[in-house]
Design a protein around this ligand. Sequence first.
Ligand code: SAH
Length: 390
Amino acid sequence: MSAPPSLPRPELSPPAHPLERLPEEWAAVLEAWGEPKYRGLQVFRWLHQRGVFDAEQMTDLPKSLRRKLAEESLVPPLSIAQAHESEDGTRKLLVSLPDERTVETVLIPMKSTQPGDGYTPEEDPDDEPTSAWVTQCISSQVGCAMACTFCASGIAGFKRHLSAAEIVGQVLAGRAQLEASGERVRNVVFMGMGEPLHNYAAVARALTLLCHPDGLGLSKRRVTVSTSGLVPEIDRLGTEFGGQVQLAISLHATSDERRSEVMPINKKYPLAELLAALKRYPLPKRRRITIEYTLIEGVNASIADAKALAKLLRGIPVKVNLIPMNAVDDNPLRAPSWESVDAFQETLRGQGVPNFVRRRKGDDIAAACGQLALRGEKKKVRVPLPTVRS
Ligand code: SAH
């Protein structure tokens, strides 16, 4: 379904890195240089469609303009310091940023996922997993300020926001990494390090760039923004992107008391406010909001919890992703037994709530949910970002 034509244009932060310029912003820059406007689209395409940052390779541009662009220092916003491949085909890339900080991004083959498990944002007949399709999990911040008790990203605390260029750069790097194997980034999920809605302006610009038809051209419904529940920004995302972007909410508990224990953000935006925001999210017909629910032994995984969850979500179009908690170093919290996971799932099913258990991906390389910490911070191996040509 296409977006209604009268959508308000998202209010975007000014572009800081050349990769952040939209075609019309490039056009304005080039016009000021005395170039025709249409060249803006050409430059945008070189960067976003082909991942080419070297102006000399932009062969359809006049030599003088190439020289000028080279002076603009069109450097990639990041480089890949390390790549690890898991036995299940999941690849984790350690991304090195210009200030030497690092984040991680994870490439998950869709053939190893199930519809609705959070890595396939939309249940769609087209989503018949093929070996060539990959879901990329990206980071939006270095560290995270949300301090959820079960998540490794929160442990180190918040370091800084990523820029829109650093967010889009992860997808360009992911695409380059897949080029040799003929795989393609089909879905993008903001489920790596950080709280995307805490970095709204950069994330909104990144969404606009990622979904631009002359750029990477991702479909908005194939891009999932996962949030711990920042209510004003959920509203903003809904309004500015017309409900087209897939929304995932990390719920993890059914009472304010329990949720505030595991997710401090609940003290600011308690359950009633969060659920009200979900009800008013302008969801297109036949689409569902994803509810992420990490199952933690002794915390939220009883049959009574499953019943409470079904009751809480009544009347809201949702699909629930159950995520048995992945172990985090030195953290005593852990997943319940598989019997308890099954029983939880059965109870939800009995109450008519669509749900899926997210199987672990990349556990052996610490790339599973909540395991993306700042371990790579000290490593300094650097290889340049490969460019993609087409
Ligand atoms: N800040 C965003 C993205 C977080 S990562 C958010 O809160 O939604 C994506 C999902 O993994 C979230 O639902 C998060 O709560 C969950 N998660 C975090 N740590 C986990 C762990 N150790 N085991 C399983 N899931 C975890």
